[in-house]
Design a protein around this ligand. Structure first.
Ligand SMILES: [Zn+2]
Length: 475
């Protein structure tokens, strides 16, 4: 990174991405009936309310009908296979080139024409930013920001994840240090003068620095190194507001506006996406994040894009399990595509919080299975057992007898694989409403939920550098 210049003279169009207009798409879920998220949950996978069902992780599940059935693992019906479910190299390349071209206009009336004449695939510095909320941000807005961060992090590689600072900014602080993105929820009248743009409901402002490029003919490129975001909470409500927050954060992560006619399925159109998906980000938004932060070298130029991206798969490898509980079924598994493993679990929403289930007391256990994939596409399976003390709403999540099979082959019967690592993992967990997260134990992140009207089932996901898995079980 060369010397930091804040006044690059690349114009207000680049500095300020104002996002006006109302999104009047079909409305999706009002505020989900889920526990409020706090900063330390930034690395948990999203929990998505699907009206009657709740999902842990992204919407990447393949239906069992598209997969090949494998041998049952106990009560779990196992399925495995490849499914074409990605946006593909052609669409992703076209999107990133359109995005890069948006900088050519921004560069035209500046002294840095040279820098931007070929367009720019902008990225945030070399290390992931920390999101910091402005002083006095209410718990509801902290929760909403966390949901957006979880949705973005689910699309990013494990070694490039957004952080959320545990403390809000000090009162009066308006300039974030390098490496931070300051998020302020305030009526537009309180935004800075230069940010006053009619009808904007959100605004992103990046600070830039110069970095080296991978193109020998181009000596310098521009990177974001800090950013400020404002969202007017009076002009946007409910799920749409999550889309606005995500749109602004993705601006600071480098993406521009693209033409809504050509790319209708992205959050990054001026005025906001027509429809904010239940998962907040569209598949194209997620694949663009993965490409920029896991596959493209910093400083790559638009001309190098297709080559730099390499083979970009539009098919995912899936492993999936399903079991019946009274009141419905639970499904779980993992999808692996372009190096990103995305574990998931889904099941019926309970009627009450676990703590309010009068039929349960003392120590309660759920038993089931884990199914996942290593980064090398080796199938992994094992026991998944949750034991809870209802008095404290804490307990342990144990994975045992973990075994693996050869890469790119379906799992066989229980006992036919070879031991995975040392065969078991254990996590201390705590319950929040009808969800649970790990609080200690082995390396990795556990995010789970209770399923069924009376908590007859449980499920969730385990994320580690060496394993990505879904799990499910019954009481
Ligand atoms: Zn915008």
């Amino acid at each position: 990174m060369k010397g930091v210049r804040t006044g690059l003279g690349i114009g207000i169009a680049l500095m300020l991405a104002a996002c006006g207009g109302g999104n009047s798409g079909p409305s999706i879920p009002e505020r989900p009936d889920l526990p409020l998220q706090i900063p330390r949950t930034a690395h948990q996978v999203p929990r998505v309310d699907l009206h009657g069902r709740v999902r842990i992780g992204a919407d990447v599940a393949a239906s069992a009908a598209l997969l090949t059935p494998g041998p049952d693992h106990g009560e779990i019906r196992v399925a495995y296979g490849m499914v074409r479910d990605g946006v593909g190299a052609q669409e992703l390349t076209a999107y990133l080139q359109a995005d890069a071209a948006a900088f050519q206009d921004a560069g035209q009336d500046t002294t840095d024409v040279q820098l931007l004449s070929d367009g720019l695939i902008l990225r945030f510095g070399r290390t992931p930013p920390t999101i910091r909320l402005a002083a006095g941000t209410s718990p509801v807005f902290i929760d909403e920001t966390l949901r957006v961060v979880q949705a973005i992090n689910a699309a990013l590689p494990r070694d490039w994840q957004l952080e959320v600072a545990a403390e809000t900014a000090l009162a009066g602080v308006s300039r974030p240090p390098d490496g931070e993105i300051l998020v302020t929820f305030a009526p537009q009248a309180e935004w800075p003068d230069e940010a006053m743009i009619d009808e904007a409901i959100g605004l992103a402002e990046s600070r830039y620095a110069l970095g080296p490029t991978t193109d020998p003919d181009v000596s310098l490129s521009i990177e974001s190194i800090a950013g400020r975001i404002w969202v007017d909470p009076l002009l946007t409500v409910g799920h749409e507001r999550l889309g606005v927050i995500a749109h602004e954060i993705i601006h600071v992560l480098g993406r521009n506006h693209v033409d809504a006619g050509r790319f209708p399925k992205t959050l990054m159109v001026a005025g906001g996406s027509e429809e904010v998906p239940a998962d907040i980000l569209h598949p194209l938004d997620r694949e663009a994040l993965l490409a920029v932060y896991a596959h493209l070298e910093p400083g790559v130029t638009p001309a190098q894009l297709a080559e730099a991206l390499g083979p970009w798969a539009d098919t995912s490898l899936h492993i999936r399990g399903e079991l019946d509980i009274s009141g419905g079924d639970i499904a779980f598994g993992t999808a692996l595509r372009n190096g990103l493993s995305q574990p998931w679990a889904v099941g019926p929403t309970p009627q009450t919080d676990l703590a309010d289930n009068g039929a349960l007391s003392g120590s309660v256990s759920w038993r089931g299975r884990l199914l996942g994939l290593t980064p090398h596409a080796e199938a992994v399976s094992g026991d998944a057992n949750l034991t809870l003390e209802l008095a404290t709403l804490t307990g342990t999540m144990d994975f045992a007898e973990l075994e693996q099979w050869t890469e790119n082959t379906a799992p066989g019967l229980i006992g036919t694989g070879t031991m995975w690592q040392d065969g078991d993992l254990s996590y201390e967990i705590e319950v929040q409403g009808n969800a649970f997260i790990h609080t200690g134990g082995d390396a990795g992140t556990v995010t789970g939920a209770f399923f069924g009207p009376a908590h007859e089932g449980m499920g969730g996901v385990l994320q580690r550098d060496d394993l990505s898995a879904g799990f499910g079980g019954k009481r």
